[in-house]
Design a protein around this ligand. Structure first.
Ligand SMILES: [Zn+2]
Length: 120
């Protein structure tokens, strides 16, 4: 089954929009150290005990957020690469087409529901 070009173009626009959002969020809470590699920001509040505790809490929050954003960005980039290569919408595990409704809800999906369920 060949994917509809218009359908793919729509997903591509969504992915690019999502990528801009992710980059913006990463730039707020993290610093880029390399391509696709970000580090959570450590904000220095001061040297008092309560300030140190607030620094750590803020850093831990940024750390988990940064990891989530980084993984999302990676998946979005992977999906955009697949569009360029003409492989978008195919499951990376079984090579069957991914349900278009799933791609609409989740444009960076890389596997079909059947394979996803097997992983859970
Ligand atoms: Zn599959």
């Amino acid at each position: 089954m060949k994917m509809d070009a218009k359908f793919i173009e729509e997903r591509k626009q969504e992915l690019q929009k999502r990528k801009q959002e992710l980059l913006r969020e990463l730039n707020e809470d993290a610093v880029q150290v390399a391509d696709h590699d970000y580090s959570a920001k450590f904000v220095d509040y001061g040297d008092k005990d309560d300030e140190n505790a607030a620094e750590v809490a803020n850093f831990e929050k940024n750390l988990s957020l940064e990891k989530t954003l980084e993984v999302s960005l990676y998946n979005v980039d992977l999906a955009l690469k697949k569009i360029e290569e003409g492989k978008y919408g195919l499951c990376e595990k079984c090579s069957n087409p991914i349900n278009p409704d799933r791609l609409k809800a989740f444009p960076s999906a890389s596997s079909c529901m059947d394979c996803k369920k097997k992983l859970l």
